[in-house]
Design a protein around this ligand. Structure first.
Ligand code: PRP
Ligand code: MN
Ligand code: MG
Length: 180
C-alpha cells in the first residue's frame, strides 16, 4: 500500500501535533455548550475518534453517511444521504467533523440539512481544506491544514475505498488511478 504513495504530505506526528492544537481550541469553545459532534462517514471517522479523545468536554457523538465521490477521484457534485443520524438535533449546538472540504458540495448539503432540522448552531472542523477545489461557497471554522490541489489519500481519505487506514496523508501516484 505504501508503494502507491508518491509523497507523504502530513506524517502521523504532524497530524497528532495539529490535532492537539485544534482540540485545545475546541475544548475552549465548547466548554459550556455540550455539543453534538457529527462525524461524516466514512472519511472523517479516524479524525473524529482521534480528536474527541483530546477534547475535555461533555459531548455526544453521532454519525451521518453522505457520499458524492463513489470512490473515484472527482466529486459528482450530487450529494446523497446514505445513512441518517440517530439524534434529534433541534436546538442543539452541532460540530461537524470532516476529513476534507474540497468542492464544498458535501458540507453545503450537510449545513443546510442541519439548519432545516432546527439546529441552534452549526460549526465545522476539518482536518484538510482544499480552497482551490471549491465550487460552492462554504467555510470551515476550524482547519487542520490547507492542502494543494492534488488527489490525497490516507488517514480516512480513500481511493475506491482503499488507503483509508494509512496513518498519514499522502499524494497517490497518478499511475494508480490512470490505469483504472
Ligand atoms: C469525501 C470527503 C468529504 C467530501 C469532500 O467523501 O470525505 O466528505 O468527499 O468533498 P467535497 O467538498 O467535494 O464534497 P466521499 O464522498 O468520498 O465519501 P467517503 O467519506 O465515504 O469517502
Ligand atoms: Mn466523506
Ligand atoms: Mg471518498
Amino acid at each position: 500500500m505504501n508503494n502507491d504513495i508518491e509523497r507523504v504530505l502530513y506524517s502521523e506526528e504532524e497530524i497528532n501535533r495539529r490535532m492537539d492544537e485544534l482540540a485545545k481550541q475546541l475544548t475552549a469553545e465548547y466548554r459550556e455548550q455540550r455539543p453534538l459532534i457529527i462525524s461524516v462517514m466514512t472519511g472523517a471517522v479516524l479524525f473524529t475518534v482521534d480528536m474527541i479523545k483530546r477534547m475535555d468536554i461533555m459531548a455526544k457523538l453521532d454519525f451521518i453517511d453522505v457520499s458524492s465521490y463513489y470512490g473515484g477521484t472527482s466529486s459528482t457534485g450530487e450529494v446523497k444521504l446514505v445513512q441518517d443520524l440517530k439524534s434529534d438535533i433541534r436546538g442543539r449546538s452541532i460540530l461537524i467533523m470532516e476529513d476534507i472540504v474540497d468542492t464544498g458540495h458535501t458540507l453545503k448539503f450537510l449545513i443546510e440539512l442541519l439548519k432545516e432540522r432546527g439546529a441552534k448552531s452549526v460549526k465545522v472542523c476539518t482536518l484538510l481544506d482544499k480552497p482551490e477545489g471549491r465550487q460552492v461557497e462554504v467555510k470551515a471554522d476550524y482547519v487542520g491544514f490547507n492542502v494543494p490541489n492534488e488527489f490525497l489519500v490516507g488517514y480516512g481519505l480513500d481511493y475506491k475505498g482503499y488507503y483509508r487506514n494509512l496513518p498519514y496523508v499522502g499524494i497517490l501516484k497518478p499511475a494508480v488511478y490512470e490505469k483504472d
